[in-house]
Ligand binder design. Structure first.
Ligand SMILES: NC(=O)c1ccc[n+]([C@@H]2O[C@H](COP(=O)([O-])OP(=O)(O)OC[C@H]3O[C@@H](n4cnc5c(N)ncnc54)[C@H](O)[C@@H]3O)[C@@H](O)[C@H]2O)c1
Length: 290
């Protein structure tokens, strides 16, 4: 896709971070933009900020883990604008630790938002986009953690790996049908967003029992916050996304240094060597940005 003015985009997780930066790009390019997010106040704020910049914007509160919400989102987007050309399945959360210690609620929440959110987006929007018979592009947000697995956050790496496989499958299926719909999978390295504060959106019924704020937990949160503060700005990630859409490029890796870790994984795999945890390399890499 080369011409964006007058096109219509739907972005999930649009109230913050990468989704919001994608929404800003859309408005700057003259795209009519549907913002979907579970966090009502942040969604309203994003909507009024983008309208103040001259954007044609529709805000729809949506929990992407709920099929009925995503169906209502599509109904409202099509009722308002008639077509959807750009779909960004972007909403995501971080939760949990190693697989056996992450709680059932951590697993359910992460699978609901990070994986069902993308499946719901595809199942609800793709049939309508196919029926349009226009050029379209779908961008699913995975992560660098969808290409290499570290020792932490099992629900996150599991769902993000699944989003890469799902996106490859979607791309191949559409190509096989000679569809004009293109697909990209976004695998950002660490990006300056509010993902460290994902708990703000955890539904009541999936909350974990209150954990005491131990010095270790405090130090862990502070370390994560300082890593994210030193990371790539979300605006740069959004620019990379639009470059990829223009080039019809499937894999979108926003930090070339992540490729070294992907290469290490693939080389070890092909030699049948056991996995290495990339986390120390990530921390070293981010430390060097300080
Ligand atoms: N920040 C990073 O370092 C990084 C790296 C790789 C991938 N990602 C991915 O980027 C995507 C965007 O995250 P971000 O980093 O911008 O974080 P963020 O917290 O700033 O933004 C995420 C948005 O998703 C929304 N959201 C959460 N649960 C939702 C739900 N059930 N339904 C609808 N919206 C929901 C939040 O309200 C928020 O506005 C996620 O998929 C995340 O996994 C982030």
């Amino acid at each position: 896709m080369q011409d964006f003015a007058g096109k219509v985009a739907v972005i999930t997780g649009a109230a913050s971070g990468i989704g919001r930066a994608i929404a800003e790009q859309c408005v700057a390019l003259g795209v009519k933009t549907v913002l979907a997010d579970v966090e009502q106040a942040a969604l309203d704020q994003a909507g009024s900020d983008l309208q103040a910049r001259g954007g044609t914007v529709l805000c729809v509160r949506t929990d992407v883990s709920k099929r009925a919400d995503v169906e209502a989102l599509a109904d409202k987007a099509y009722a308002a604008f008639g077509q959807v050309h750009l779909l960004f399945n972007n909403a995501g959360i971080g939760a949990g630790g190693v697989a056996w210690e992450a709680t059932w609620n951590d697993w359910e929440w992460a699978i609901g938002v990070n994986l069902w959110g993308v499946i719901n987006g595809i199942k609800v929007f793709l049939p309508r986009m196919i029926a349009q018979q226009t050029e379209c592009h779908v961008v699913n947000t995975s992560s660098g953690a969808g290409l290499i697995a570290g020792a932490g956050s099992a629900p996150y790496v599991t769902t993000k790996h699944a989003v890469v496989a799902l996106s490859e499958n979607l791309h191949l299926g559409l190509e096989q049908r000679k569809s004009p719909i293109k697909v990209s999978v976004l695998c950002p390295g660490t990006t300056r967003t509010n993902i460290a504060f994902s708990e703000r959106n955890r539904p009541e019924e999936l909350r974990n029992p209150e954990q005491p704020m131990t010095p270790e937990r405090q130090a862990g949160l502070a370390a994560l916050k300082s890593i994210l503060e030193k990371s790539t700005p979300s605006e740069k990630v959004a620019e990379d996304v639009f470059d990829a859409i223009r080039k019809e490029q499937f894999y979108v890796l926003t930090d070339p240094r992540w490729m070294e870790m992907v290469q290490m994984r693939v080389e070890r795999l092909l030699k049948l060597e056991n996995p290495l945890d990339p986390t120390p390399a990530v921390i070293k890499l981010l430390g060097s940005q300080a």
